[in-house]
Ligand binder design. Structure first.
Ligand code: PGA
Length: 257
């Protein structure tokens, strides 16, 4: 499948790091480094309280802002939660959903990811839906079953238009924050499989357009071989996105040949 029609997307997931002042400084440096390049799309996901500071710095620029999660309701008595509409109103265009840390530490399930997915689209946000197997699941040869279940569940109520505005991130849990990156072959196998699921669930055109990012210990020195794979369209980057130099190094080295 021709991969070069999909614009590479590099998303920095800052997790629980960077107070507003630091976040604004990193966003400013990223913006300066990206300049007016339009061959890649960059997205930064600050912690909720730092979103306004980052939006301010990036206003009118090609670098977009994402929330790291959202609730499925549009208002109500849900102490500590943030709605998709709030993220949109604060200036976000994207929201990360179903990150493995949310699933592991905060009890998120396939079902709530599906509800959050609907909420994101209702608010006009593009979800970045994360799927990925644990080490035990990979060793039990259940990788493809797990990511199939996660993807199809999240998209089970989605229509074609929503699918086209969705980004998928394949993040093997054993590779997140561990320094252990999936081999390009392991990642490509998962990405090709996810793309085939999109073709079966929707159609070939959807499968050809949706970006599938790889995530898990992406660094400036391993992104090129990942991006050389036909079905890898960019990366969701945790640790290496915290400093502008390494995020920009990934964007630079991840350029399509
Ligand atoms: P990492 O995190 O790059 O630090 O492995 C990736 C992620 O959690 O999205």
């Amino acid at each position: 499948m021709a991969s070069n029609k999909r614009k590479p997307l590099f998303a920095g997931n800052w997790k629980m790091n960077h107070v507003p002042r630091e976040a604004a400084a990193v966003a400013g440096a990223v913006l300066a480094g990206i300049g007016d390049r339009d061959d890649v799309q960059a997205v930064l996901a600050p912690t909720f309280v730092s979103i306004p500071a980052v939006v301010e710095v990036l206003r009118g620029s090609p670098v977009s802002v994402a929330g790291q999660n959202c609730h499925w309701e549009s208002s109500g008595a849900f102490t500590g939660e943030v709605t998709a509409e709030m993220l949109k109103a604060a200036g976000c265009s994207h929201v990360i959903l179903g990150h493995s840390e949310r699933r592991q530490f905060f009890g998120e399930t396939d079902e709530t990811v599906k509800w959050r997915f609907a909420a994101a689209h209702r608010a006009g946000l593009s979800p970045i839906v994360c799927v990925g197997e644990t080490l035990a699941e990979r060793e039990a040869r259940r990788t493809l079953d797990v990511i199939e279940r996660q993807l199809l569940f999240a998209l089970s109520a989605a229509n074609r238009e929503q699918a086209l505005r969705t980004v998928i991130a394949y993040e093997p849990v054993w590779a997140i924050g561990t320094g252990k990156v999936a081999t390009p072959g392991q990642a490509q196998e998962a990405h090709a499989f996810l793309r085939k699921l999109l073709a079966n669930r929707f159609d070939e055109a959807v499968a050809a357009q949706v970006r599938i990012l790889y995530g898990g210990s992406v660094k400036p020195d391993n992104i090129a071989e990942l991006m050389a794979q036909p079905d890898i369209d960019g990366a969701l980057i945790g640790g290496a996105s915290l400093k502008p130099e390494s995020f920009l190094g990934i964007v630079q080295n991840g350029r399509r040949a």
